[in-house]
Each structure stands twice: as structure tokens, then as C-alpha cells.
Design a binder for this molecule. Structure first.
Ligand code: DGJ
Length: 729
């Protein structure tokens, strides 16, 4: 690992894990991109920037050099308007209305460790020896604009993080119209473009398409990272598979509006850019002010998508997630949402909890409907006071009853929202996002609180903290059930209205930071109608997220498989629910529902009092099985084997880091007449060790299990699964 600067040829060479990334200060201070890929010892810049005269439609900044145009130079942080016709990384408007700026190298510094990002979530180090950081200051002397590009390389990960800090050192107001976190140019376009696409209850399906000339992009204008697009894209070499080929991943540590795009231009180069969505955004930078962009985590893999994912998994599990629960096994929970919806009282809850205890469950979670007078979704958000009708003896009494049973107690909140029918809204109608004289669109009969305001943030911190201080709560589910409309703030001046959505995110992060730090012994789980904000930004505050509101075992195969492209199992909430399934009305076996949910943070979301005695026995077995496996699943390495996007079968395996234990799972959706005999080739085991498998006599070589495979038993009927627990001898 390390970062070097060679004064002779002005080349920066960054090495992270077994990756190299190189840049050069080119000509009069342009920052050119040279290389990103497998680690090399030496970089020859003249082999990487090939000068060539192009037609007059690529202009030349220097009248004496027709071989030089920014349109053909691979760059690190490009501008628009002075010869580069591709999409810029940033754009700034001056007081005279002009948008031409020209950033050139001024200085740089290299230091050990990694600096924190002001007000934003980011990966971190625990010890300065884990990483090295390069900060390159670019300046536009004419206007006193400075952009500090920051690059961190990790010793143990093929990961480079980037962010940018804009500083107005000049005398005039500057308006940031676009301020992306990174840009990188590849002198090739022979890639596929991969991203994670979905909707509510169908999150993060994998899309892989040929990279075409022009612009391919995903974005969010929803005020949240969204169910629709995850803030992640990858470029894959055309031959890239799970195990082979090159993969370049880009993951934005941010939970709001974003843009991620690939642009192939006429010279068949590819530019990737990522950051806060410039759409409906601007930021006024007065003299002396600074703007910090979010962080992008860039991962290179020379061995396929699988290795890229495992790099993200470990980095995010150990150096993005924080707090006491980061490294501790996660409890098995039961949540009452699909069991009761809004229709519950303390006795009903206690009865479910009693069965939960009998079965070995560790945590009871009380979901929506415990506060105000909320018997449906039309009221009470914002009034975080227990409902005396449902809980006449109070919430603390219920929490005590649950604890007395020997279970932990968890509680649902949706702190960012307000119902028009609430005391909070009646008292503060200007506390929601809105625009003067326009209607306030509702979704699920609720409005979004304006977290760009400090008073609103303080209210949320106080209201949530009051409950957490007075009631014995061990876990919080932090939900968010709509996207933003009429995005405006009553407190911001006209010139800053387009800052509202980003200021909301800064407010939200501050609220989450304050609350999670004040209650370090509470496990927080993020949620946004399931996985509507399943992003790295959230994981910095909450180490797990409810993956999807779709609990159907078959639908979950694609959702969890797609989610695993970036996020580790320890971050994914996965529950067994009742049949017919509430989202797709499908009947699947309890076994398959259990086997799918076990590939995440396991739990139940059904009325346990309605289980038959036989089902209870099966559930007990699932629970004790998961207890013995969860360490491998939550903290092991994941290898995907068969993709649900490829057909009828899905398989994956989790292997402990020391390769001593593994948990493999195979799922078949539909039965086939006269089905062929199938073997499953496992992955990730030690080829030189011997293993035993629960339920099978005999000893198997790791090589045998991986290269010959394990026989899949005959399975009759639809929706079947098999799991194997594997141990080194
Ligand atoms: C959406 C969540 O994803 C569900 O799990 C549940 O908590 C509901 N909201 C409650 O309103």
C-alpha cells in the first residue's frame, strides 16, 4: 500500500491492496488520469497519454499545440466549456453569470490514515497504518476557487475512496451548479454497465447491459437513494463473470438524490461520474465557505464480480458500519407488523412474545401503531407518545412485560414524517417541506418534515430520545415511508432553496449521529418501506437495514442476491412470514422461507400464536440452526454460485474467514418433469483441506466439493431448498 509522487514526471501512484491508480500533473497543471487496474510497479506516463491531432471539432486551449485538447485528455476532475465536450465533474456560476472555470494543480499533501468528512458518513480507519490519503488542491486563481480532491487507499482492500471539498477563497459569491464526488476516464469502452434496479417490494434486481455510445445513467430525484436505483454502478469487462474478468465498482456513501453515469464519447473513451444529483440542486458558496461532497468508494477486482462484492462486504462491515453491534452477532427477532398491522393491544403483543420466547427468539419488535391515535396510516406521525387505548399501562409497562419474559424489546419510529392529523402539524404547519402557495402532496397521508431546519432536527432528537430514555428499548427500527415532493424550506432564502434536499440529508445525518451516539447500547435498523434507502450512508449510522417489504421466499432470492452485489449479509434483515404471502399471495414451504431468511439477519414476521404444534417444532429447529450458523453468515465471505436472474435455481455459500466452516444453500423455484441430475460446485473452501457435512457420512476434500461438486438430492415439488453445513476436519 502507499502513495508516491515522482517529481521528475509529476506522477502520483496510488496502491491499494493489489490495485494501482495513477495520475499526472500534465502540461500547465491539468490533472490527467493515467491508469486504474491491477497493481503495477512502475508507470510510464508517455505510454498512457498519447498525443494526436484531432479534427477541428475538438478545440485546443493552446494555439501552438493542435495535439492537445481536453476533449481527448483522460482527466480526474474535468470542467465544461474550455475544450472538453463530455459531462463535467463540476460547474460553477460566477456573479457575472459565466460558468467557465479552470482548475489547475496548486499543491498536494500525502498523509497516513484518513480524514473524517465534515457532516457526512464515510468509511474510516481505526489506525492510521490502515490507509494513506492524498489531497490535491486545484485552484482557479482568477476567482479564488479551490477544489481539494481527496483520495484514500486502504492497505487491506482493493478500494480507493474519493471526495471533493470546494472552498471559496475569492471575493465574490459562487454558485455550485454541479459538484460531483468523482470522475474517471477510461481509454476504452469495451465494458458492460451494471446497476441495481427496482421498485418498492422489488429492490435491487441486477441489470447488466452493453455499454453504448452516449450516456447511460441512473439517478434519484426522490430525496432518498430509493427503491428504484441503488447508488451503485459497475463497469465489467465483457468476459466478466462471478469469478473471472475485471470489475470496477462505484458506490456512493449518500442517502439522497444522486447521479451515477457512464459516458462513451466519439473517441470511444468512457467517463464515469458520480455524486449528488445536479438536477434541482445548487449551492451558494459565499466567500470563505466550503462545500463537502459525499464519498465514493471505488473497488477494482481482477477476479470477477464476486471478488468485488467481497471487498465491499468486508470494507462496509468493518470500516463503514460502526458501534458496539458492528462486530457482534445479531439477535433473532419477531416483528408484529405482518402479524397484527395496526390492530393490537398489550395482551396480544405479550402472547406473541410468549411463544417467541418458547421458540428461542431473542428480540420482540413492536412496529407501527403504538403512538398517538394511530389505528391506520392516516394520523399521528410526529406525536411520539404512547397510545393510551392500545397500551393503557404505558409503553414502559409493555417493554417491562417483554423483558420479564426474557426477551429484548424493540420499537418502530418514523421520525422524519408528520401526519396532517397530528398535534405536531397543528402546532407547526411550516415544519414540513413545502413551497409557498402550492399544494402539499401527501403519500400514505403523510408529509415530510423539513430536516434542513435545526429546530425540526432538535424536535426529532428530543422526541425520540425521550422515549428511549424512559422506556427500556434494545432495538429501534427507523422507518421512512415516502419520497419528497414540493421540496422547499420555509427558512431558506430564495437563493438557497435548491439546497433544501441536501441540507435535509445533512440534518438527517446529524440527527442519526446524535441519537445513535446517545444510545450506544441500542441496535438500530434502517428501513424505508423495506429497502428504499438501503445505502452506505445509512449503514454508517445503522449496521442493518430491512431489506424489503417483500417477504416472499421466491421474490427474496432476487432481492437478496442483488443486494449482495454490494452489501454483506450482516446488513440485511430477512424474515419468515406467513403464507399465503401478503405481498404476492404465494404459498411456499416453511423450510424454504426459513432457508432464504437465514441468509441475512434472521427473524419472523407473523403471528406465532397461530402456528401449529408441528410448525412450532420446525421453527424451533430453524432458530437453533441459525444460532449455530449466524457467525458464519453474518461475518463470513459470501460466494454466489447460481443466479436467480439466470433461471430456476439459486445458490450461494458463506465461508468463515479461516475456511473452517461454511453454510451453503440451494433453492429451486419450480419443479420440472424428469429433472436432470444436478451437482452444485461449491466455492471459497480450502482445496487442501477435508470437510464433513452435517447429515452426510464421509469426508470430502475441499477440492472435491468445489471442482466436482456436491450432489443435489431429489426434490419433488415447487419452492424447494437444501442447505448444507460444512466443517473442516
Ligand atoms: C414500512 C416497513 O417497511 C414495514 O416493515 C412496516 O414497518 C411499515 N412501514 C409500518 O408502517
Amino acid at each position: 500500500m502507499g502513495i508516491t509522487y515522482n517529481e521528475a514526471d509529476r506522477v502520483f501512484h496510488l496502491q491499494a491492496g493489489d490495485t494501482s491508480y495513477a495520475m499526472q500533473i500534465y502540461k500547465d497543471g491539468y490533472l490527467a488520469h493515467l491508469y486504474w487496474g491491477k497493481k503495477v510497479n512502475k508507470i510510464n506516463p508517455e505510454e498512457l497519454i498519447i498525443k494526436r491531432e484531432r479534427p477541428s471539432f475538438s478545440a485546443n486551449p493552446d494555439i501552438n499545440d493542435k495535439t492537445f485538447s481536453l476533449d481527448t485528455l483522460p482527466q480526474e476532475y474535468p470542467a465544461y466549456g474550455n475544450t472538453d465536450f463530455r459531462s463535467p465533474a463540476y460547474q460553477i456560476q460566477l456573479e457575472n453569470g459565466a460558468t467557465i472555470t479552470d482548475l489547475r494543480y496548486e499543491s498536494h499533501k500525502i498523509f497516513k490514515g484518513k480524514a473524517k468528512l465534515q457532516g457526512l458518513p464515510a468509511t474510516y480507519v481505526e489506525n492510521d497504518d490502515e490507509a494513506e490519503t492524498l489531497e490535491i488542491a486545484l485552484v482557479d486563481e482568477l476567482i479564488g476557487l479551490k477544489a481539494v480532491l481527496s483520495y484514500t487507499v486502504f492497505k487491506n482492500f482493493n478500494a480507493i475512496t474519493r471526495n471533493v471539498r470546494f472552498i471559496n477563497d475569492g471575493k465574490q459569491n459562487l454558485k455550485l451548479l454541479r459538484g460531483l464526488s468523482m470522475s474517471v476516464d477510461f481509454i476504452r469502452n469495451d465494458f458492460d454497465f451494471m446497476h441495481l434496479f427496482g421498485s418498492w417490494a422489488r429492490e435491487r434486481h441486477i441489470v447488466r447491459e452493453t455499454l453504448r455510445p452516449g450516456i447511460q445513467y441512473i439517478d434519484s430525484k426522490r430525496g432518498a437513494s430509493s427503491h428504484e436505483h441503488n447508488p451503485f454502478i459497475a463497469l465489467l469487462s465483457r468476459d466478466c463473470t462471478e469469478e473471472n474478468g475485471e470489475a470496477y465498482g462505484f458506490s456512493l456513501v449518500y442517502s439522497g438524490n444522486f447521479l451515477a453515469q457512464a459516458e462513451v464519447n466519439m473517441y470511444k473513451t468512457t467517463r464515469i461520474s458520480m455524486g449528488i444529483n445536479p438536477f434541482d440542486f445548487s449551492w451558494l458558496l459565499e466567500p470563505g465557505e466550503t462545500f463537502q461532497t459525499p464519498e465514493v468508494v471505488m473497488v477494482y477486482s481482477d477476479r470477477g464480480i464476486g471478488k468485488m462484492s467481497r471487498t465491499y462486504h468486508k470494507l462496509y462491515r468493518t470500516r463503514l458500519c460502526r458501534g458496539k453491534f458492528r462486530d457482534s452477532i445479531r439477535p433473532i427477532l419477531v416483528n408484529n407488523w405482518e402479524a397484527t398491522y395496526f390492530d393490537f393491544n398489550a395482551d396480544k403483543i405479550e402472547n406473541i412474545a410468549k411463544v417467541a420466547k418458547e421458540l428461542g427468539i431473542e428480540l420482540f419488535v413492536l412496529d407501527d401503531g403504538w403512538f398517538g391515535h394511530r389505528n391506520d396510516d392516516t394520523s399521528s406521525l410526529g406525536d411520539w407518545i404512547a397510545d393510551k387505548n392500545k397500551l393503557p399501562d404505558g409503553l414502559d409497562n409493555l417493554a417491562n412485560r417483554i423483558h420479564d419474559l426474557g426477551l429484548q424489546f424493540g420499537l418502530w419510529f418514523e421520525p422524519e414524517m408528520v401526519s396532517p392529523d397530528s398535534d405536531l402539524y397543528r402546532a407547526h404547519p411550516d415544519w414540513c417541506l413545502h413551497v409557498p402557495n402550492r399544494s402539499r402532496s401527501t403519500a400514505r397521508t403523510q408529509l415530510v418534515l423539513d430536516l434542513s431546519r435545526e429546530d425540526v432536527c432538535e424536535y426529532i432528537i428530543d422526541a425520540v430520545s425521550d422515549i428511549l430514555r424512559t422506556v427500556k428499548v434494545d432495538y429501534v427500527k427507523w422507518d421512512m415511508n415516502r419520497n419528497m415532493t414540493e421540496i422547499g424550506s420555509a427558512l431558506l432564502p430564495a437563493t438557497r432553496q435548491r439546497e433544501t434536499a441536501h441540507r435535509y440529508m445533512l440534518g438527517l445525518y446529524k440527527v442519526m449521529d446524535t441519537i445513535t451516539n446517545s444510545f450506544p447500547n441500542i441496535l438500530f435498523e434502517g428501513c424505508s418501506g423495506g429497502g428504499g434507502r438501503f445505502d452506505p450512508g445509512m449503514l454508517y449510522y445503522m449496521p442493518q437495514i430491512w431489506t424489503s417489504d417483500d417477504t416472499d421466499a421466491v421474490e427474496r432470492l432476487k432481492i437478496q442476491y442483488g443486494t449482495s452485489i454490494v452489501y454483506p449479509a450482516s446488513t440485511m434483515g430477512a424474515h419468515v412470514s406467513a403464507i399465503p404471502n401478503h405481498q404476492v399471495h404465494r404459498n411456499t414451504s416453511l423450510k424454504m422461507r426459513g432457508d432464504v431468511a437465514m441468509s441475512g439477519n434472521f427473524g419472523y414476521e407473523l403471528d406465532l400464536t397461530k402456528l401449529t404444534e408441528n410448525e412450532k417444532e420446525d421453527v424451533k429447529k430453524q432458530i437453533s440452526q441459525y444460532k449455530s450458523l449466524r457467525k458464519i453468515i453474518q461475518f463470513g465471505d459470501m460466494y454466489r454460485i447460481l443466479s436467480p436472474f439466470g433461471g430456476n435455481e439459486t445458490a450461494w455459500i458463506y465461508v468463515s474467514e479461516n475456511k473452517e466452516e461454511a453454510f451453503a444453500a440451494y433453492f429451486r423455484v419450480l419443479d420440472q418433469p424428469n429433472a436432470p441430475i444436478r451437482r452444485l460446485k461449491l466455492k471459497g473452501l480450502d482445496p487442501n483441506r477435508y470437510y464433513v457435512i452435517d447429515g452426510k457420512s464421509g469426508v470430502y476434500g475441499g477440492d472435491e466439493l468445489m471442482y466436482i461438486g456436491i450432489a443435489i438430492p431429489q426434490l419433488n415439488g415447487d419452492f424447494k431448498s437444501v442447505v448444507w453445513r460444512i466443517k473442516a476436519k
